[in-house]
Design a protein around this ligand. Structure first.
Ligand code: ZN
Length: 618
């Protein structure tokens, strides 16, 4: 899952050329001695790889497997399982072996555009190919290119607000934490008016609009964090209008920046509050000035500047403009609130920008359906992790992302193998392993804006992001309760395992909006996420306390750190049960004409409804 700090380093970024095909990746792969030996040395692998290497040889005209094979294997994966005909089940050894490869030092923490990318993609393609899937990417390839930008505002930039005759200077990291998501080498803003837009929600299905007829072009939109009823008391009319404590998408900062972009705002600032944001200023300001974004070629451009405004700086700004921020916050919870320009206030900004372009790839494989092949079920994870960073106490620099999300990726590969080995299904399944999740769900967002398979006929997306490794559990944690009827499928699938579904315990943190499934959800595709850190599972051995302890240990020590590493001691029985939940739902939907539905209160129902008439059955 994605957090808020984009602190991973790109010391040795190399960009794959934009036209890079799988063929050139294979050439790269087979010219790297380590990878060639990895691909070719294992006797267990030889039958499968003979076939693979033969096609390699045919494709690239070189003898990829001429090196002699060696015994004594690091990255052994049992291909016998791949050859099993029917009734295949998720295989613990294969999960472990796949993670061991992806999380090995050779993959260097799998930073998008980094040295581990080509190895990762080659490995994933080889896995899907050996299972017998067809390429699911663009133009018959296994990939979809994802052009990214990485920007860094110069430290010595200038930012201030003029209020009448007075001036307030804002310091990066102290008063603001801002960056740019535009591919620019300079940010220059002169005397742009500031508009207070309240919570900035434009929610027709809730009969709510904070904007009125105000024009944001050339202006700075100033937002409150979270949604209008988050801190409302029960007797305020707004209470319950935005899911009470549960965060709706209108509460997410990403929504606010997108709304600012749709309205042509020059800049967007969100006033930070600890409780309503769900984390402190230290997290909000952990990487000031740095941003990863899609290199956007269409759609509304993101604001030139975007980021957090410290609550104290915002209070001082409002006071200087003759307004009381706390009082304005109250007013913004009323449905008669409308955005207004702060009188006589304007913003000036001047920053040089270090801009880097990165070409990364999503990996996609397809299992074609029989009679409803143009209806697509999607199974997803993300291959990227945090690359390399500062050495830890043991001198380790690679942040291998083993649980997050090599294990989810292994789950996707195992689902592919098991579904392929089973009875063919009417509907197709696309297995998508995204890039750049940790930089802001970017690989999945790239797909969702330029889908290879139409989204209106995409039945549902199932995402695995972090699986727990602490053993079997009596329940599975549901993220995003009340969103779609896929949660009812989850209840049924869990019952088959004598398990129950437990809703996440902190819905106000908006986890539902913080993993790749969400990129599909916001385009209207019903989604289901399994995330091992969404809440402590009720473990068979040790109960909820043990589940909570596993999460505390993992998030406290290893999450996004060097110790998120493969271990021979993992107990994968719980992870396998979770993957099997998806398996049974996929099997059921795979031979069904049913289209999962968003529930009545969901903010994504209206988007899906726009294409209702394109689906054969409601
Ligand atoms: Zn993740």
């Amino acid at each position: 899952m994605i957090e808020y700090n984009y602190d991973f380093l790109h010391e040795s970024v190399f960009a794959l050329s934009s036209g890079s095909s799988i063929k050139s990746l294979l050439i790269t792969a087979t010219s790297v001695p380590w990878l060639r030996s990895q691909l070719c040395r294992e006797t267990n692998f030889m039958n499968r790889f003979n076939q693979f290497c033969l096609s390699l040889t045919l494709m690239v005209g070189i003898s990829a497997c001429s090196e002699s094979t060696k015994p004594g294997v690091n990255n052994k994966i049992d291909s016998a399982a791949a050859a099993k005909p029917a009734a295949a089940t998720i295989d613990s050894q294969r999960l472990s072996d796949i993670v061991k490869v992806l999380a090995s030092d050779e993959f260097e923490g799998r930073a998008p555009g980094g040295p581990g990318e080509a190895k990762t993609i080659t490995f994933l393609v080889e896995q899907f190919q050996s299972i017998g899937l067809e390429p699911g990417g663009v133009d018959g390839t296994w990939t979809q290119s994802v052009p990214l930008i990485h920007t860094q505002l110069a430290q010595n930039g200038k930012l201030s607000v003029a209020i009448g005759d007075t001036n307030q200077t804002w310091q990066q990291g102290i008063d603001v934490a801002i960056s740019t998501a535009r591919a620019v080498d300079k940010v220059d803003i002169n005397a742009a008016p500031l508009v207070f837009v309240g919570f900035g929600a434009s929610a027709p299905e809730r009969d709510w609009d904070d904007f009125g007829d105000i024009d944001l072009k050339g202006k700075v939109a100033v937002f409150l964090v979270n949604d209008p009823d988050f801190s409302a008391s029960a007797d305020e009319p707004v209470a319950g209008k935005f899911g009470n404590k549960r965060m709706t998408y209108y509460g997410r900062w990403t929504y606010k920046y997108e709304e600012a972009a749709r309205r042509g705002a020059l800049a967007a600032l969100v006033i930070h509050e600890n409780k309503a944001a769900g984390y402190g200023w230290n997290v909000a300001a952990s990487s000031p000035g740095e941003k990863f974004a899609l290199a956007q070629t269409s759609g509304p451009l993101p604001p030139l500047l975007q980021g957090w405004l410290h609550y104290d700086a915002a209070t001082a700004l409002f006071a200087a403009a003759g307004l009381d921020l706390a009082e304005q916050r109250q007013r913004a919870r009323r449905d008669d609130f409308s955005a207004f320009e702060l009188p006589q206030v304007s913003l000036n900004a001047a920053f040089d920008v270090a801009l880097e372009k990165i070409e990364s790839q999503n990996v996609l494989a397809r299992l074609p359906g029989t009679t409803q092949a143009d209806e697509t079920l999607m199974v997803s994870s993300h291959w990227d992790a945090y690359g390399q960073g500062k050495p830890d106490a043991q001198g380790r620099t690679v942040r291998p992302g083993a649980n997050d999300d090599a294990l989810g990726t292994a789950g996707v590969i195992e689902l592919a193998r098991v579904l392929k080995a089973g009875t063919p299904m009417a509907r197709s399944v696309v297995f998508a392993v995204w890039t750049a999740e940790e930089s802001g769900l970017l690989g999945s967002a790239a797909y969702a804006t330029q889908p290879i398979y139409p989204l209106h006929s995409t039945v549902a997306n199932f995402t695995l992001d972090i699986l727990q490794t602490a053993g079997p559990a009596r329940d599975v944690i549901l993220v995003g309760e009340g969103q779609s009827d896929l949660e009812d499928d989850l209840v049924r699938a869990a019952a088959l395992q004598s398990r129950v579904v437990t809703p996440e315990n902190l819905p106000e943190n908006g986890l539902f909006f913080r993993a790749d499934h969400f990129s599909l959800a916001r385009q209207g595709v019903p989604v289901l996420l399994i995330m091992g850190i969404a809440g402590g599972a009720d473990l068979v051995d040790g109960g909820r306390a043990a589940g909570d302890q596993w999460i505390a240990d993992y998030t406290g020590n290893c999450y996004h750190q060097t110790c998120d590493a493969w271990s021979a001691d993992w107990d994968l029985r719980g992870a396998i049960d979770d993957i099997e939940l998806f398996h049974s739902i996929l099997r059921e939907l795979g031979d069904s004409t049913r289209w999962p539905q968003w529930k009545a209160g969901s903010e994504f129902r209206a988007t899906r409804a726009q294409t209702n008439d394109l689906r054969a059955t409601p």
